[in-house]
Design a protein around this ligand. Sequence first.
Ligand SMILES: C=C(O[C@@H]1C=C(C(=O)O)C=C[C@H]1O)C(=O)O
Length: 83
Amino acid sequence: MNKMIDYRSQLDKVDQQLLETLAQRLEINREIRRYKADQQLPVVDASREQELLQNRKQYAEQIGVDPELTEELFKQILAFVTK
Ligand SMILES: C=C(O[C@@H]1C=C(C(=O)O)C=C[C@H]1O)C(=O)O
């Protein structure tokens, strides 16, 4: 049981880091949204998104993370930040 408490405490810490990293990304997205509005640029850049998804999947594979999970995760983030 001590082992489970230790594992869960490790997960709590990693999840906190994940959320803090997500918060950083979303803040950059907010700045880009303001910049694009000022410059009258379109919110979505489909070719950048395709390139990003390929890069993230490739890097995920390199470090042993499932590429499909990675694709799903980034598609969700991209849909959220461009809606
Ligand atoms: C941030 C941008 O705007 C949108 C959001 C993206 C992102 O969050 O990575 C990528 C492409 C765009 O659809 C950008 O053009 O770089």
